[in-house]
Design a protein around this ligand. Sequence first.
Ligand code: GLN
Ligand code: ZN
Length: 718
Amino acid sequence: MQSIAYGFPRLGRKREYKKAIEGYWKGNFDETQLDAQLTELHQQMLDAYAAQVDEYPTGEMTRYDWMIDTAIMLGVYRPADLNEYYELCRGEHALEMTKWFNTNYHYIVPQLDGVEPGDLSLTVPARPEASQAEHTPPRFLIGPFTFFKLSKGISETRFAEYLRAAAKLYRDLLEDYAACHIHEPAFAMDISESERAAIAEAYEIISHSGAQITLFTYYDSVDFLEELFALPVDGFGLDFVHGSENVGEILRIGFPEQKRLVAGLVDGRNVWRTNLSAARDTLEALSGVTSRLAVSNAAPLFHLPVTLEGESLGAQLTAALAFAEEKLEDISHLAATYDSGEREALPQSPAVPGEGSVRRTVEELTEADFTRSAPYEQRRKLQSQRFDLPLFPTTTIGSFPQTREVRKTRAAFRRGEITSEQYQGFIRETIADSIRRQEEIGLDVFVHGEPERSDMVEYFAEKLEGIATTQNGWIISYGTRGYRPPIIYGDISRPEPMTIDEISYAQSLTDKPVKGMLTGPVTIIAWSFTREDIPVHQVAYQLSLSLQKEVADYEEAGIGMVQIDEPAFREMAPNKHRRWADYFDWATRAFRLCVANADPRTQVHSHMCYSEFNEIIDEIQKMDFDVISIEATRSGGEVIDSFEKTDFTRQIGLGVYDIHSPAVPTQEEIERVVQRAVEVIPRENFWINPDCGLKTRDWEEVMPSLKNMVSAATSLRR
Ligand code: GLN
Ligand code: ZN
């Protein structure tokens, strides 16, 4: 059995990738030094592969992102030098970023407006390549279909034309290679008839290069396997972990003789050791339809941290875990034991059971447990009596600038250099300062500012039972930016209140309502690794039950508003629309469960930060919140237009300015955004707020921006 792997994390064991690139940005290294470091890292990736598997690609290193590299390769952008390259990625006029499929990786979105098919031309970008001594591994490439499908600015009617033009360039490029791995994860999306025809035509062209091509798809099953298998390439890598329908379909339709089937059986997206005996059963079934069978990871390994080495997660949990390096071992182990046939030698993944009664509680939930005691219209009346807010109430999304001082003090506390009392005292001062500032600005609804939270998921993960956090389990979220996803391994419970001290302290300093801030269950799951021994909706409901207790504590302390952030709500949605109903059913229930017991006079807010709202507007209404705030400024008018077609009855704050930019919006700019929005949204439903938290900004920008926002509200009210 041949073993194959791809997508190994480029970050490095000690986040060398981040240090190298950020060092270049700071001027500590020049281009040659940067490339030397990236080449070294690439070599480490190749060495990790070579130690475990038979086949792996070269060319997976990038200075920032594969999609922008592909755009440059096709001549869409022609940066003159490395600085211009980074301008495209992160400069003041940087290209847009968006989520890569249903993952938390963000890619740079190529913008093809104004680019004609005839403008495309092959420019092989200088990529840091490791030298290859004995043999040349297959070249890694993002495929042309995925490239165009995920780009912006080409009309559907001309899609095939672009694809054809690009296919010729891929063909020319591949003439120099003996073998290549072309990645087409977009094949696992909902693909139309005409797109299938365009794919067939493109791969017919590419096949003339003479290179031996293996096409990889992942993140879901492919709905057109018969047509896929007819493409003139040498083999296909499929995802048998997230593509639950792939195996059954192959057993039904068969597999072309002579071609190679690469069975993705080792999960690249979650951290659990592979159930080797189940994987082997699948391999045995597949061996009935093809003799050229290989085994690989399913989905790229960069969704995982590099290695478990150095983590102290306890013996039982550690034995159940596998990060990228350990997944390579799983692949190799699976291939070896398949060959030797020694079933007994397969280690079982140990279950890590949780404790407590939460599982039973979840099983016994009934419809009433997900439902607030009064309908929205009734709550609205009660709440407006309670809060007596003006037209166009002003507020913010939760976090205020996490200054150097905040970060330094937290680090000192974590290192044990200051006591818990000193740290708590500092947090209180920071909260008091932000309350004073909000009074000065004149906002209507306050927040405590979240100075105690380094990360909105990690903060709750550290406080809840059943969730572990790692020392060094970094993965890239975009560019050089990493985060450490917590690991949900057992039943979840809340040993003690998590946020009430800070929120009620803030409320004690002001007569204005302070919103209690919680991270929602879907976002906690989306930005963590989660257990798989129970269905995901049960994990979500367990989280909701802990958050429900937090809401009850708020009410007892007289906090009248709670905001449950769900920025990952859209990204968690499956790649295929036919799986949406199921997902949105549990996701919206999980949200409702958090607040189902809340008094009708308690105002429930939610926040989501992306702009493609139109597709999910109806699902979102089922969350039954009272107020939602979303991002709107970066997508121009698109979001606002989407409200023309729906009957959105809740209160809504469409972000009136873009917090991702340091620019201070003027009062007039803000008024214009609001005026445009209230053409389609009833003015009595409209809140005024920035489009996301202000954590990454400085007070020097935040104070004038929010003051202009409040002036805009005052003037609009008049
Ligand atoms: N309340 C969070 C904050 O303001 C929300 C962050 C987010 O939407 N990602 O930082
Ligand atoms: Zn946001």
